[in-house]
Design a protein around this ligand. Structure first.
Ligand SMILES: *Cc1c(COP(=O)(O)O)cnc(C)c1O
Length: 394
């Protein structure tokens, strides 16, 4: 079926997740340079308005990254020393790092062995009297089990803070938009994400008072309205209501993000086509299987990553051997993720913690090239390379 390209080896490298940028992004950057408005300005304001509409949320704040969005969310929710936040080990270290940076303790619960999403039953078992929040990831762009986590959070009086770095386009069961659900939802505009601005992110919150605190904490804890309350103060006056952060987004990045937002749905359709091609082209290969999906009515996958699991006993070699062999075929891959509780700082603080599903997945997962910048022929090349490597290693 894929024999036509099976013996063709790429002459140019196929990267794992290059950005797909266009004329609008280019024009917006040029405009920022022409007007001289480089820091947060008109593009940030427009991005926040349009993102709020797209994400179906009352408050969308553009910030410098998903990492700063998550830190800001936890601080604004009052999470700090003595508190615990339950999260998934199958994430980029940022998710746990920000918890530690508030002085709280990240607590890891295992993932569902099929979807690799945070398992609500494991979260329940990890709760203590100190737990204040649950921080799931919509891993790969597949919705996590939001309904069960919402119920759990409501029952125990916990905040739901979502790491939605992979999930700009994601909808959960019943069609609700990620960004409109949790107490805080954090998005990434990092260079290899679905909405790629190089760097950047967004924090969505639903509560008006929380939004006021986020608005101030995002920029030094300034109270921009302070001068209005003092008749004698000049227009440049300002006040600080608590020591805040420097987490705002530049207009250069916001201009790129806006262009990306405008092509997001078209890009999503290309991603879906590429995943369908992988599903067909890699079907039936012993020991290579796409991670499980469980998409109920109304749910939507963002198709951020196409992750396969390599079962060494069946596939003839382990994930690392496959990644090396694919690199030799000029096909780039990614690793999402090494379980965070096995990384040095976390391992030293979680001695004896065993999360078997995440640990097995961490040794097996391999992300294949997926990007709207790729053509379907590019994906056929990646499929042919995987099939060649499989035939050789098995
Ligand atoms: C990329 C990523 C982040 C961090 O995003 P930045 O915008 O680079 O801070 C956090 N969590 C997950 C799951 C990610 O993939």
């Amino acid at each position: 079926m894929h024999a036509a390209r099976a013996d063709r080896i790429r002459t140019t490298p196929l990267s794992f997740a290059p950005p797909a940028l266009g004329d609008e992004e280019r024009a917006n950057v040029a405009r920022s340079l022409d007007t001289g408005w480089l820091t947060s300005g008109p593009f940030v304001a427009q991005l926040e308005t349009e993102l709020g509409e797209y994400l179906e949320t009352p408050h969308a704040f553009a910030v410098s990254s998903c990492t700063t969005a998550m830190h800001l969310a936890l601080v604004a929710l009052g999470i700090g020393p003595g508190d615990e936040v339950v999260t998934t080990p199958l994430t980029w270290p940022a998710t746990a790092n920000v918890v530690a940076q508030t002085g709280a303790t990240p607590v890891f619960a295992d993932v569902d062995p099929h979807t690799l999403q945070l398992d609500p039953a494991a979260v329940e078992a990890a709760l203590t009297e100190h737990t204040r929040a649950v921080m799931p990831v919509h891993y790969a762009g597949h919705p996590c089990d939001v309904a069960a986590l919402e119920t759990l959070c409501a029952r125990h009086g916990l905040y739901l803070v979502e790491d939605a770095a992979h999930a700009v386009e994601t909808r959960v069961d019943g069609g609700r938009k990620v960004g409109s659900i949790g107490d805080a939802t954090c998005f990434s505009f990092y260079a290899n994400k679905n909405l790629a601005a190089g760097e950047g992110g967004a924090l969505c919150v639903r509560d008006d008072a929380l939004a006021d605190r986020v608005r101030s904490l995002r920029l030094h804890g300034l109270d921009r309205d302070a001068w209005k309350r003092y008749e004698k103060a000049g227009p440049g006056a300002y006040d600080v209501i608590e020591p805040g952060y420097k987490y705002n987004l530049s207009d250069l990045h916001a201009g790129v993000a806006l262009g990306q937002l405008h092509r997001l749905e078209a890009h999503h359709a290309r991603r879906a086509q590429q995943v369908a091609l992988y599903d067909e082209g890699l079907a039936g290969l012993d020991g290579i299987e796409a991670i499980g999906r469980r998409l109920a009515d109304g749910a939507r996958h963002a198709w951020h990553l196409h992750v396969v699991r390599i079962d060494a006993a069946l596939a003839g070699a382990d994930r690392d051997a496959y990644a090396t062999a694919l690199a030799a075929e000029r096909v780039g891959t990614g690793l999402h993720f090494l379980p965070v509780h096995r990384l040095t700082w976390y391992r030293e603080r979680n001695r004896g913690l065993s999360l078997p599903h995440a640990e097995l997945a961490g040794s097996q997962v391999l992300s294949l090239p997926l990007s709207p910048a790729h053509s379907l022929d590019d994906i056929e090349d990646a499929i042919a390379a995987v099939r060649r490597v499989h035939a050789r290693l098995r």
